[in-house]
Design a binder for this molecule. Sequence first.
Ligand code: FES
Ligand SMILES: [Fe+2]
Length: 425
Amino acid sequence: MGFAGLLNVTVDSLSLAYQNLSVQLIVYLIVFTIVLVVIIILNRPVNIIRDFSRTDVNLNRLNQPGCFPNGWIGVCESQYLKDNEIKRFDFCGHRIILLRSSSSSSSSGSSLGKPYALDAFCPHLGADFSVGGKIVKKCETDCIRCPFHGWVFRANDGLCLEVPYAKDKKPPNGVKVKVWKCLEMNGFIYVWHHSEGEDPTWTPNIIDHITTKKWKYFGRTEHLVNCLLQEIPENGPDFAHLNEVHAPSFMWGGKIKENNNILIDSISHRWESTWQKGASNDSHKAILSLKSMTFLFGFKLAELEFDRLEQIGPAIVNLFFCFNLFGIRLEGCYVQSVISLAINKQKIIHHLYMEPNWMSSIVAQFLLRAEAIMLERDIQIWSNKIYLNNPKLVKEEKQIAMFRRWYSQFFSSSKEPQYKFEDLW
Ligand code: FES
Ligand SMILES: [Fe+2]
């Protein structure tokens, strides 16, 4: 082979190597892009929003309690009220505003400013503060300035401090806008509702791992549903529904299955649960245990036992879990909050927090979707059922009767629904 031939072979080999390298480079680039996209998706908090509320709600709900329960209601998620922001909310038959001071004035050390809750309407001529109102400072205190005529009200007690066009800017004596007690914890701003205006007798628990950020926020689900608030936590003691509504695997989706199907029946969940009211010094709480077993053709595949499930007052549930998956510990909790938009229209919010590790990002995506699927099955029942004051229960369901007795503490005595049950125990 002459020099020219040798040169040709070398050029051919180089060009082949170059082509191989290009193909490899393209493959690497594709794989890298896919991995990058997956990482980005896994690191973005999930946000599932579904509206199951109906416009044709005219069911016979005449027996329903005609009032809202008393307690702390998670009116707003902390992440949706920024510093210097004013937002309007409907809850428990009232229209209120939440406003947040700038974080520089927060004494709590929180990265966000202090929240305040006030009636939405100005006592002067009824303007809605959330439509153009401003957060201002007077004598170092947070105030709201009405967009209509500029009256200024102190945020912490609602007192009118200034009427811009009155002599010496002096307001009429004692003019106030109603202030609602509120507190912020666990990713929510809770507002105290009491039909008779009584003060809080309890507060929700702070979840330390959320406050200290040991657990990371992985996302939320939001569902709108037509039912009474009470019917949602009543699911807790209703063990019998678990093995009907939630027996088919979550893989089959959120629609309640109407027909038997061998494929659907082949993989299923079985549930065990208990419910008991809290101790006398924690009477606003109830504690549940919940165990789920997954079966494939009758053989147990997996078992998941939730650590602790707490119902706190009429509208808050915290569900703690800790389990091992392939030797990796997964710990966290769901925080559930129900906001009564009207007597029979509720907004259900779930937040998921978990201890962060490489697997929790993947598992969180699954947990939030599985939870939404199971919840949507309940919602189909809730949105179409009626509320029965005196349901016909069997002895084995005495937990439902116990729950109703427990829950009746959240209604003011003058309006307390009268539950009558046979003596079941
Ligand atoms: S209505 Fe608010 S200042 Fe007039
Ligand atoms: Fe359920």
